[in-house]
Design a protein around this ligand. Structure first.
Ligand SMILES: [Zn+2]
Length: 140
């Protein structure tokens, strides 16, 4: 089907070559470096610099990051968010009736104290589009 040299079976949807492979590998490297340097407070600024580079490379090359990866970076200060280390997670309900369908999952960055809010009460079984079973691509 494709022009690539890969040994894909006919009819398989996985392409034999990955377009913009160098950009993907650069993003992967920056993510690993960010993750590594976040764990030590000594290199906090370096970690945020790598995370900022990661975001800029993704934007410049128009590569879509997965929602899980996007949610692991603070939009305000580019801190790599690790629960318990650089992130607190709690459920908030500011409605008067305290009904469970008004629950909001809050991710708060411990560095800049900015919050991301996810309304989880309205649909408890919500799954991000990229993580749905009918969309997932198996790696085998
Ligand atoms: Zn932050």
């Amino acid at each position: 089907m494709g022009k690539g040299k890969g040994n894909n079976k006919p009819g398989s949807k996985i392409p034999s070559t990955v377009p913009q492979k160098d950009h993907y590998s650069r993003i992967s490297y920056l993510l690993n470096a960010t993750n590594h340097f976040t764990s030590s407070s000594k290199y906090n600024i370096l970690s945020r610099g790598y995370a900022r580079n990661l975001d800029l490379v993704a934007k410049k090359t128009v590569i879509k990051l997965t929602p899980a990866l996007k949610r692991s970076l603070c939009k305000k200060c580019n801190t790599f968010l690790i629960p318990g280390l650089t992130l607190t997670v709690f459920i908030e309900n500011e409605s008067k009736s305290k009904a469970s369908h008004n629950d909001v999952l809050v991710h708060q960055c411990l560095y800049c104290h900015s919050k991301k809010r996810f309304p989880i009460g309205s649909n408890r079984d919500y799954v991000v589009f990229s993580e749905r079973d009918d969309v997932k691509v198996s790696s085998t």
